[in-house]
Ligand binder design. Sequence first.
Ligand code: KG4
Length: 332
Amino acid sequence: MLILGIESSCDDTAAAVLQDEKVLANVAASQDAIHSRFGGVVPELASRNHLRNITGVVHQALACSATKIEEIDLIAVTQGPGLIGSLLVGFSFAKSLATVTNTAFVGVDHMAGHILSVLLNGHAVDFPFLSLVVSGGTTALYLAESKTRFHCLGRTRDDAAGEAFDKTAKLLGLPYPGGPHISKLAATGDSSHTRFPRSWLEEGSLDFSFSGLKTAVLQHVQKAAVKGEGLDKAGICASFEQAVVDVLVQKTIKAARLTKVGEVVVCGGVSANPRLRKQLEAACLARDLHFHAPDFEFCTDNGAMIALAGAASYEAFGETAIDSDVYSRPKL
Ligand code: KG4
């Protein structure tokens, strides 16, 4: 089956063509340069730029995979959660394309896409598996029972881990998106520079909270300014990153123990972070758990993961109604 996957839930306009689980083309137009001067995504600008980019991105995905639109069997598109204006661009585009080409159409949950991204290009992970989804929009732990059955074990009560990276980067005067800049600086810093707080929440909870950590960095920066001290940005980045990673790793291991799974996956934009990958992998190895992460190109938002999740949803539940709407809040 040839699947066209379209993703526009936040600021990346992405499209991919898959032949079953094999990625034939994976194309994305980044809007980082547009949003960087604001230190975060400006929703209206994101929607407008999706409008500019979407036709070209879809054309490019088809061209790179040497596929004609008439050959596509299924059009899959992100339905939610995400920014409504951004979602509407991709969703309306996909609906129109499906209608005029008489192609099957399916709306996909963005979280399902991230969870299944690890399976792209035939990477095998046995179900059930535990998935830590860490991105700019969410941080959550899921038990994936099959390609269409996901059980949320815990999620962030405030900021997502990626959001904490981006906001901390902004505080330190680093460009948007901040995650890659923080991890680059952190690699040269001392993680024991400052002991930032770890938010464990109540006993046994698998939820997350990162807003206090972000505030702790703000207070640290403000105190240094009052005292007229310079900032050891590398040390702050390494200490901040270690505080995030400690919580993510410990809660994931706790969830693996509770659910008794043998397979642990980390995915989403923040899963590109080397300290997180390394420490989670080491923690899994020490407990005989198999560790998996998607290829780097499938960590951040992409059309390939939407195509893959769309194919699974179509196989299990059939088409999505053509008059269906997008949604902003997580459903899974
Ligand atoms: O999954 P994604 O592309 O978008 C959402 O669905 O939100 O993730 C983007 C997030 C941003 O917050 C970005 O700063 C973060 O992923 N990120 C990283 C790294 N690379 C991207 N965070 C930490 N370390 C990285 N190396």
